[in-house]
Design a binder for this molecule. Structure first.
Ligand code: NAD
Length: 431
């Protein structure tokens, strides 16, 4: 096969925009937090610059024998508080800017939650929807092989994210283990239970989103019973959040996925929708509700809006349409800085991503701790620990926001960034 026959990487220049916007948003949040903390320009630069950024090519032989080559990334944004931690996504818009922004948010999230980790993230610029299972496995294993020198239980521990799941993590762990010559369960988190996964990991991010929302309702003196909820994204985070909201007595009136969404004022039957999607159907074709677009969903008059799909969905263009009382960010980076300002001036409470969706990395941490000890906790024990981590972080964010009259996002960033800066100061600069 000649070089000309190889398909070009998917990350063409016209796809670079979402990542660049995410990176710009992350840097502007960091600039704001370092200003509030009174940190100098040198510390800002240290915190703004990724420690290690790796771009790899990931060749994939398709079932028809043709070879395609995709761009893969792993960014370790900061390793000062511990090994890198963060997901791996397969998405056509994935690029080095987006992965850098997501890694940076992981750094602040881990610090805010008090986890002994730095922040990392990975991605492959590919739309995996057309791949067979064995193509996905080959892609995952080759990507893992390419980033192998940089990952491991003491270095950087990948987890699932958009379009990746527990099988992806099992293949990554297996590839790492085959290279090591023995089983290294702590190499990834979000694995199946049978190979060192943790009880409670699958629903952990969603559970954390709902805990953060319930806390926000308490602060706003809202009884959760009957509160209306709209969830954008019906994957690992969104579907679980919809189910946990319904379990709390809330009325989930709208959900959506990439195909579009569905609305029912009396409340949707979430288990039925989950079964519908599990059968390979899209939400847009669900027959027992009215069809709505993703844009309409973001503008619904509900108590809580949960963006749980992609970054950059709330912008200056549509933030003014939001009629929800509060936004609880299941996704990473769904709100641009311009949208944030509009939402604030319209009195919308935004529970930021680095707090709201931290349940996933908390239980990933618990999974890693169990792996390192070759031990396992029950679902109840994991859930109890998750609640403690979430409550502590939520309490400190709400307290600082009240004390200094900051938005919850600014308060969360001040705490996270402050913790990392403190760790830099304590360790000193080498040499
Ligand atoms: P997923 O792949 O399981 O699900 C993504 C969902 O979003 C799917 O329903 C998909 O159809 C939908 N979607 C994709 N593009 C869309 C669009 N343009 N408009 C509307 N819907 C769209 O991914 P996930 O793991 O649920 O992750 C969702 C978000 O949550 C991401 O921002 C991710 O970084 C964040 N997050 C995930 C975890 C985790 O543990 N999985 C933890 C923290 C944060």
């Amino acid at each position: 096969m000649t070089v000309e026959e190889l398909a070009p990487p998917v990350s063409a220049p016209d796809r670079a925009a979402p990542g660049a916007l995410a990176h710009r948003a992350a840097l502007s949040q960091l600039r704001d937090a370092t200003g509030i903390l009174g940190l100098d320009e040198g510390m800002y630069r240290l915190l703004a610059t990724p420690r290690r950024s790796l771009t790899v090519s990931v060749p994939l032989r398709r079932e028809n024998g043709r070879v395609e080559v995709y761009s893969g990334y792993r960014v370790q944004h900061n390793l000062t508080r511990g090994p890198g931690k963060g997901g791996v996504r397969f998405h056509p818009d994935s690029d080095i800017d987006e992965v850098t922004a997501l890694a940076m948010w992981m750094t602040w999230k881990c610090a805010l939650l008090g986890l002994p980790y730095g922040g990392a993230k990975g991605g492959i610029a590919i739309d995996p929807r057309g791949l067979t299972l064995s193509e996905k496995e080959r892609l995952t294993r080759r990507y893992t092989q390419e980033i192998l020198p940089f990952i491991g239980p003491d270095k950087d521990i990948p987890a699932p994210d958009v379009n990746t799941d527990e099988s992806t993590m099992a293949w990554m762990m297996d590839t790492y283990s085959v290279n090591a010559g023995y089983s290294v369960h702590g190499a990834t988190t979000g694995k199946p239970l049978t190979v060192g996964g943790s009880n409670g990991r699958a629903g952990a991010t969603s559970r954390g989103v709902v805990l953060a929302a319930l806390d926000a309702m308490r602060h706003s003196h809202l009884d959760p019973t009957g509160r209306t909820i709209a969830v954008q994204g019906f994957g690992k985070v969104g579907a679980g959040a919809a189910r946990f909201f319904a379990d709390e007595g809330c009325r989930v009136v709208a959900v959506s996925d990439i195909s579009g969404g569905c609305y029912r004022a009396a409340g949707l039957d979430i288990p039925e929708l989950e079964a519908w999607v599990a059968g390979g159907e899209s939400l847009a074709s669900y027959p027992n509700a009215d069809a709505i677009t993703n844009r309409e969903l973001l503008g619904l008059d509900v108590d809580v809006l949960v963006p749980a799909a992609m970054d950059g969905v709330l912008t200056a263009d549509n933030a003014g349409d939001v009629r929800a009382r509060m936004i609880v960010e299941g996704a990473n980076g769904p709100t641009s800085p311009e949208a944030d300002a509009i939402l604030q001036s319209n009195g919308v409470t935004v529970v930021p991503d680095i707090l709201a969706n931290a349940g996933g990395v908390v239980v990933s941490y618990l999974e890693w701790v169990q792996n390192l000890q070759a031990f396992s906790w029950t679902s109840a024990e994991v859930d109890r620990k998750l609640c403690v981590f979430m409550q502590n972080a939520s309490r400190s964010v709400w307290a600082l926001a009240g004390e200094k009259s900051l938005t919850l996002r600014r308060a969360a960033h001040v705490i996270g960034v402050g913790q990392v800066a403190e760790a830099h100061e304590a360790r000193g600069l080498f040499p």
